[in-house]
Structure formats: C-alpha cells, structure tokens
Design a protein around this ligand. Structure first.
Ligand code: KIV
Length: 259
C-alpha cells in the first residue's frame, strides 16, 4: 500500500486564526531542510526567488517553470511542512482558466497551496482555483509583481480599499491572506475583521502570523527592507569560510599531504 505524506493542510492553518505562527520563504533543498529542522511548518516558495536567488531586479521575470523547479526542491526536502507556492506574474492575469491551469502545474510540482497577488481585482481567479480543489493564499497591500506599474512600494494606508480587498479575498475562498506593507492600524483592523489568518510582512505586530524572506532574515541579501530583522549574517560566515579555503589552497595546506 502507498504511504501518504501527512503534511500540514490548509484547513489546519486556517484554524490557527488568533494563534501567532511563523512563515518563511525557501527556494532550495539545503535551506528547506533548515526551515523544517527549526520547527517552521509553513513555507512559502515566493517569487522573491527572482531577486534574492536568481539575480533579477524584481519578481517580474520569474516564470512558472522557475516556480515549479524550486517548489519541487523545497517539497522533496521537507516532510511535514505546508508548502505555499507563488503564481508568478503572467501566469494568472489573462483569465480564470489560465489561473487554474497555472495553479494545477504548481500542485503537480508539489505545492500544498498557491498564492496570488491582488484583492477585488483577482477575486474571480481565487474562486476559480478554489473551485478546482486547490487551496489559495491571497496577497494584498503592496503587490511586488505590479508595483513598478502602479504606485510603487509605498506603504498602503487606504483603510476602505484595503478592507474591501480583504473581504473580497476571504469571500472568494482564500484560507489565509498576506498583508504586505500595510499601515499597522489598518492591518490590525483587517486581522480583527477577517475569520482567516492574516500573515504580515512589514505590516506591524497585530497580524496573526508573520512572514520574512529567508535571505533577508539570514543576512544573505545585501539590501533588505528596513522592517526586516536580520537573525544571522550568513554572507559574512560564508565569505570567511571561503577565504580560509582559498588561503589554504594557495599556501598548499589543503589538501593535507597526509590525510
Ligand atoms: O514572494 C515572496 O517572497 C512573498 C513574500 C514577500 C510574502 O510574496
């Protein structure tokens, strides 16, 4: 008989409303293993992949093949975690049918749920994906995929618009919503009004959960946003280690003459 993986599901995450929990991004096998070993059971394969790992200046160039490849690496390297995978820019804009096809590809790559950016504007996309049986995380506030085309990365403070977006994604069937770059008072009100968990990033302390971009939190990305707490300086640790390796090769002490 086939053994089924028992991963944390969307329904269990939805039931965490009011209970703080950490979410972190991951893009590859070594860090996915670290995330799970640290006891973090909700992982986002975000399209921040584009700038933190692939060297682009935004998330826009990231495509569905990139997301499937990196989602697979994270899923194969974790056992219990729920893996949310971003629908990248261009994979859901054209219509609800496109959105469902793209979400299905991510699920085939191992996603436990998919995330897409937008509120009222993408409500029908969310409903279509949920109707196909795929759990959805919404993302409102600052929307990095279209920020350059719209108002940029400015903090979002328009209470009425944000509340309308939050209500639209909840009633379309999202089981959680990322609040990015939203004024803390407004994100507190959204959190209080919704029955699904809010996952904050740069949106103050009153969200149900918090998410950080892994490479920002570990000091691997040189230019993180100001709200980020750097829990380690891994770029320095790695550079020091590589300097030691290079010195030992140059001076002939690695490899040793007698092992
Ligand atoms: O792509 C990503 O990493 C995200 C986070 C910023 C929430 O969407």
């Amino acid at each position: 008989m086939m053994a089924f993986e028992r991963r944390l599901g969307a329904t269990a995450i939805r039931a965490r409303k009011g209970i703080p929990f950490p979410v972190i991004t991951a893009y590859d096998a070594p860090f996915a293993r670290c995330v799970e070993a640290a006891g973090i059971d909700v992982v986002l394969v975000g399209d921040t992949l584009g700038h933190v790992a692939l060297g682009f200046t935004s998330t826009v160039p990231v495509d569905l093949d990139d997301m499937c490849r990196h989602a697979g690496a994270v899923v194969r390297s974790t056992h219990k975690a729920h893996v949310i995978v971003d629908l990248p820019f261009g994979s859901y804009e054209a219509g609800d049918v496109d959105a469902v096809h793209s979400a299905v590809r991510l699920v085939k790559a191992g996603a436990g749920s998919v995330k897409l950016e937008g509120g009222v504007r993408v409500a029908s996309r969310i409903a279509a994906i949920v109707a196909a049986g795929i759990p959805v995380v919404a993302h409102i506030g600052v929307l990095p995929q279209t920020a350059a085309l719209e108002a940029g990365f400015k903090r979002k403070r328009d209470r009425d618009l944000l509340l309308a977006d939050a209500r639209a994604v909840e009633s379309s069937g999202a089981f959680a919503v990322v609040l990015e770059g939203i004024d803390a008072t407004v994100s507190a009100e959204i959190t209080q009004q919704l029955s699904i968990p809010t996952i904050g990033i740069g949106s103050g302390p009153h969200c149900d959960a918090q998410v950080l971009v892994l490479y920002d939190a570990l000091g691997l990305y040189p230019d993180p946003p100001p709200f980020v707490k750097r829990y380690a300086e891994l770029a320095e640790v790695a550079t020091d280690a590589l300097r030691d390796y290079a010195r030992e090769v140059r001076e002939g002490t690695f490899p040793p003459l007698k092992p």
